[in-house]
Design a protein around this ligand. Structure first.
Ligand code: MF3
Ligand code: CO
Ligand code: CO
Length: 257
């Protein structure tokens, strides 16, 4: 079997993906309302874990162990300010006025994954933080408009890169979107930069995430000694938004709404 094979989901699988996606979106809305100066990222994690269980689902990040990594120790990723992604919740990390925080949740419901994230303001953001966050969100919206049967995966990256660089911001290159379904991460990789017409042609039934990480300064990143936390090399701000989507016969359906 070719491990690079992209799964085409059946109608009954799509029904389950819709349910998982909706649950992930609901969890993110629940957590959004908890974000305020003084709360720790561990408290957000604990609420997410409890909420997920009480809705008959599991947290996919907890103990997730990709090749070459140690198990991720928590239920959600909380990435504050210069943290690009994979921030680990901690009681030591207390949110303060002016922070930006990306909360990334992935639930497993009835065997299928829903993966979504947003960047939130803690109190009042700086003008730069606000602009960066809005551009990151807008880049995802523009990318989703590029999805449809017969379009190419490269169209997604191209529109993100073109839009974001127009503001003087940069697109992270080392981390990408991914196919999703029964597995958390599977082919295809979704690059958030690139060239129109490049890459695989999209087909109805392909499910994947788009999750652009947009930096204020350099696109380069490094991983901290905990083995997970990804930060900008220049320690300037980073913002991210993520949806799980599926290609339909006529275009695209956003599953994590
Ligand atoms: N949710 C992240 C993504 O969008 C992956 C997190 S992996 C973890 O793909 F182990 F850090 F949780
Ligand atoms: Co993802
Ligand atoms: Co995610």
């Amino acid at each position: 079997m070719n491990i690079k094979q992209i799964t085409i989901l059946t109608d009954s699988e799509i029904v389950k993906m819709r349910k998982a996606g909706k649950l992930a979106a609901k969890l993110l809305r629940y957590l959004r309302d908890m974000i305020t100066p003084g709360i720790s990222t561990q408290e957000l994690n604990n609420m997410a874990e409890k909420w997920t269980r009480s809705h008959g689902a599991r947290s996919a990040p907890l103990n997730y162990t990709p090749n070459g990594f140690n198990p991720f120790p928590k239920s959600i990723c909380t990435s504050v300010n210069e943290v690009v992604c994979h921030g680990i919740p901690s009681y030591k990390q207390i949110l303060k006025d002016g922070d930006i925080i990306n909360v990334d949740v992935t639930v497993i419901l009835d065997g299928y994954h829903g993966d979504t994230s947003k960047t939130f303001f803690v109190g009042t953001p700086s003008m730069k933080a606000k602009e960066l966050t809005n551009v990151a969100n807008e880049s995802l919206q523009k990318a989703i408009l590029e999805v449809g049967p017969g379009k190419h995966l490269g169209d997604i990256g191209a529109v993100i890169e073109e839009y974001v660089t127009g503001f003087g911001f940069s697109v992270v290159r080392e981390f990408v979107g991914h196919g999703i379904g029964k597995k958390f991460h599977c082919p295809p990789q979704i690059f958030h930069y690139g060239t129109r017409g490049d890459g695989v042609m999209m087909q109805p039934g392909m499910a994947f995430t788009i999750e652009p990480m947009i930096n204020e300064g350099t696109w380069k990143t490094e991983i901290l000694s905990d083995g997970w936390t990804v930060v900008t090399l220049d320690r300037k701000l980073s913002a991210q938004f993520e949806h799980t989507i599926i290609v339909t016969c006529t275009g695209v359906e956003i599953l994590t709404i």
